[in-house]
Write a protein that binds this ligand. Structure first.
Ligand code: NAD
Length: 501
């Protein structure tokens, strides 16, 4: 796959730096982190591994931009005038950013250009939050009693300095989902992208530089878990907004308590798609569910419905159609428009997925497709796992309980609606879910029974103006629309005693 190297050279990718207080530098970390492309397992470049001193400097810059700078107090129209041009910059650089994203994590270029993870969607996210800037309002309350001349109103103020930590799988969208609402709310920011996919974050930072925010409002540090840890334990951080694995989310929650940091956690899932016999098309439902596992990011998406809970009367039809979908899967050069699926992000994660596949077999699930890896030609060099279907899965099996984060679908039979909802809810996670039915009453009833942050009825996607997030081990808080503005602001109550002239 020479095109990966060729694209790196065409895009002029250079070794990454950190961005602190309006200036780029190599940082003072001793080591550098190799950026390895998952389709070929070859190093493309390196990124800085920020030191604790670098994190301290970034937090200090954000702290002084918040405590002394104009940004949190700036008039809404001025803040909007500064941020809004970034939307156009994202549109102008949409193609370049899509190619960088494919260099970051191997997502097929067609998806990187054209789906909700694209730069155009990142532009929509920024546009949406720019629209909020002059609408972030408090409340005015009616006078409660005639016994006192007290009047209550609230102001909504930025929460402060925010540590933003994102995962590797959708670097453009994740960066925008955190940075746009934080800046729109008047917060200052230290962003840390994933060590496996920092190229987009670096380029987005260069583009953001062009809109001339005051120094220290936005800072970028790159590196691995130690950098994230230094950020989330730093006393100068007021809020952590994290998207990533539940394991790291739990660690962050345990540390954030030390100075009562506000936390938003968008974590993993083991979502269920319930397929009822009255679905508009059983094969259509099967193809949708299977393509979420087998194409795009190859199941490496938090909301993927990796448990298909299928009525026994249509079970065989579902499995056959899911198997049929695999004919559409095409591995290969991520810059080829025909390629449908991403490699697995690291060799280590590939091994982890293969261990889960072995466990599925050992625990008695019936392997009906996949379960192996390409072993010949160029594909053998990369982290590819063939899309895998397990039938006759019991919801107690490990493959039905753990987030595998790969192209593995577990198909679980059910008899009654109540049983289907119980299976869906019998999970540590509660991120999302999907129902395939044409019966509106059933859809509404079962949606209400599901303990998840969202439920898609006959399909789902994420939009900038509506909230998404999880319950249980899938996280705390919501991202999208006003919910995010609330999460990046505090409500201050003003009490006016009008009895005193
Ligand atoms: P991860 O938790 O390994 O890493 C996420 C980020 O946290 C990275 O930037 C990483 O460097 C950093 N990090 C690691 N250890 C840390 C620590 N001790 N302290 C602070 N930061 C630390 O996750 P990942 O492998 O990059 O992404 C996959 C996970 O993300 C999956 O569980 C997936 O479901 C989840 N995810 C959730 C959503 C959502 O919106 N709910 C979206 C995308 C991905």
């Amino acid at each position: 796959m020479e095109s990966v190297i060729a694209q790196r050279d065409r895009l002029g990718v250079k070794p990454g730096q950190i961005y602190v207080d309006g200036a780029w530098s190599d940082g003072s970390g001793e080591a550098r982190i190799a950026h390895i492309h998952p389709s070929i397992n070859q190093e493309l470049t390196t990124i800085a591994d920020a030191s604790e001193a670098d994190v301290n400097a970034a937090v200090a810059a954000a702290r002084s931009a918040f405590d002394e700078g104009p940004w949190p107090h700036m008039g809404a129209s001025e803040r909007k005038r500064l941020l809004q041009p970034f939307v156009n910059l994202l549109h102008e650089h949409a193609e370049e950013l899509a190619f960088l994203q494919t260099l970051d994590n191997g997502i097929p270029i067609n998806f990187s250009l054209n789906t909700r993870v694209s730069a155009k969607n990142a532009a929509d996210i920024f546009d949406h939050y720019c629209g909020w800037i002059d609408k972030i309002t408090g409340q005015v309350f009616p006078k409660y009693t005639d016994a006192a001349d007290l009047h209550y109103l609230t102001l909504r103020e930025p929460v402060g300095v925010c540590g933003l930590i994102i995962p590797w799988n959708a670097p453009l969208m994740m960066w925008a989902m955190k940075v746009a609402p934080a800046l729109a709310s008047g917060c200052t920011v230290v962003m840390k992208p994933a060590e496996t996919a920092s190229l987009c974050a670096l380029r987005l930072t260069e583009l953001l530089q062009q809109v001339d925010l005051p120094p220290g409002v936005f800072n970028l540090v790159t590196g691995g878990p130690a950098v994230g840890q230094a950020l989330v334990t730093h006393p100068g951080i007021d809020k952590v907004s994290f998207t990533g694995s539940p394991q790291v989310g739990e660690f962050i929650l345990s540390k954030a308590g030390s100075n009562m940091k506000r936390t938003t956690l968008e974590l993993g899932g083991k979502s269920a798609a319930i397929v009822f016999p009255d679905a508009a098309s059983i094969s259509g439902a099967a193809q949708t569910v299977m393509s979420l596992c087998s194409t795009f990011l190859s199941g490496q998406v938090c909301s993927t419905t990796t448990r298909a809970v299928v009525h026994e009367s249509v079970y065989d039809e579902f499995i056959a159609a899911a198997q049929g979908q695999l004919a559409q899967v095409k591995f290969g050069d991520p810059f080829d428009l025909e390629t449908t699926s991403a490699p697995i992000i690291t060799a280590k994660q590939t091994e982890r997925i293969m261990r889960y596949i072995e466990l599925g077999k050992e625990e008695g699930a019936r392997l009906v497709a996949g379960g192996d890896r390409p072993t010949e030609g160029a594909l053998a060099q990369g982290n590819w796992v063939n899309p895998t279907i397990f039938a006759d899965v019991d919801n107690k099996m490990t493959i039905a309980r753990d987030e595998i984060f790969g192209p593995v679908l577990s198909v679980i039979p059910f008899k009654t609606d109540e049983e289907a909802a119980a299976i869906a809810n019998d999970s540590d996670y509660g991120l999302s879910g999907a129902l395939y039915t044409t019966n509106l009453a059933r859809a509404f009833r079962v949606s209400k029974a599901m303990r998840t942050g969202s439920v898609g009825i006959n399909g789902y996607s994420v939009m900038p103006n509506s909230p998404s997030g999880g319950v249980k081990r899938s996280g705390i808080g919501r991202e999208g629309g006003w919910a995010t503005i609330e999460a990046f602001t505090e409500e201050k109550t003003l009490i006016l005693n009008l009895a005193v002239e």
